[in-house]
Design a protein around this ligand. Structure first.
Ligand SMILES: CC(C)(COP(=O)(O)OP(=O)(O)OC[C@H]1O[C@@H](n2cnc3c(N)ncnc32)[C@H](O)[C@@H]1O)[C@@H](O)C(=O)NCCC(=O)NCCS
Ligand SMILES: Nc1ncnc2c1ncn2[C@@H]1O[C@H](COP(=O)(O)OP(=O)(O)OP(=O)(O)O)[C@@H](O)[C@H]1O
Length: 195
């Protein structure tokens, strides 16, 4: 059975960068954002539940209306909870199957900003948090998500667990502050996961 690394960190912390490094080291990574979108677009029960909740407009010609779903989720913590309860159990099931398919690898990983909030901690052997200072995250997001307003970005940040709480629950912290080199920290993460 592969060792499972759970990679988390707030939006804009740099999880994708760390995932790319892990993949380069031959470690398969389950990108929860991508897989949850695939599942949300294909699972008929989820589709029906989202239509019941938000109306037919949540899919346009069968394609998930991301703006509508994002506006609903990030406007109210209770809304996020309702949608998460529809989507996350299916993502968890899918991840368990994916791990099984990748059992020949010594180490696999899952990347999710809300790994802890979504209850994936029990599915992994080690939780690694990517940390970056808030001002740097805001600068990065302003560049990466240039079509999102600062308010939209702040709402996503507010819907996620606070960094200090996340740090306390993580086994390893990878600092991605553009000062401390990231690659040696990722190498160390992989080494420690195998010990
Ligand atoms: C709302 C959606 C349509 C927005 O899509 P969009 O392409 O704009 O953003 P993307 O999926 O790339 O997410 C960007 C970041 O937003 C944050 N985010 C996404 N969903 C959530 C959530 N439910 N709670 C808190 N933060 C979230 C994460 O930091 C994520 O990395 C999409 O994020 C979604 O379907 N979310 C619900 C499913 C989910 O919880 N996915 C997260 C992994 S399981
Ligand atoms: N060390 C770094 N130096 C320069 N730019 C960086 C660094 N780390 C991340 N970035 C940039 O910051 C932006 C946000 O990083 P990234 O997409 O990896 O965040 P994330 O944690 O995966 O966010 P999300 O929660 O949305 O998935 C990206 O455009 C990325 O290229």
């Amino acid at each position: 059975m592969a060792i499972k690394i759970g990679l988390t960190g707030g939006i804009g912390s740099g999880k994708s960068v760390v995932s790319h490094l892990l993949k380069t080291m031959g470690i398969p990574v389950y990108i929860a954002d991508d897989e949850s979108k695939r599942i949300t677009s294909t699972d008929s029960l989820i589709k029906q539940q989202l239509i019941n909740l938000l109306g037919q407009g949540v899919y346009i010609n069968g394609v998930l209306n991301k703006n509508l779903l994002a506006a609903y989720i990030f406007s109210d913590a209770e809304h996020a909870k309702i949608v998460n309860e529809i989507i996350h159990p299916r993502v968890k099931e899918d991840f368990v199957k994916w791990v099984d398919k990748n059992s020949k690898y010594p180490v696999v990983a899952i990347e999710s900003a809300i790994l802890i909030e979504a209850g994936f901690t029990d599915e992994v052997d080690i939780v690694a948090m990517v940390y970056a200072p808030m001002d740097l995250r805001l600068q990065r997001l302003a560049l990466r998500d240039s079509s999102s307003s600062k308010e939209q970005i702040l709402k996503r940040i507010q819907s996620q667990m606070d960094d200090e709480k996340k740090k306390a629950l993580a086994d390893i912290i990878i600092v991605n502050d553009e000062q401390i080199p990231v690659i040696p920290q990722v190498v160390e993460l992989v080494k420690s996961s195998q010990q």
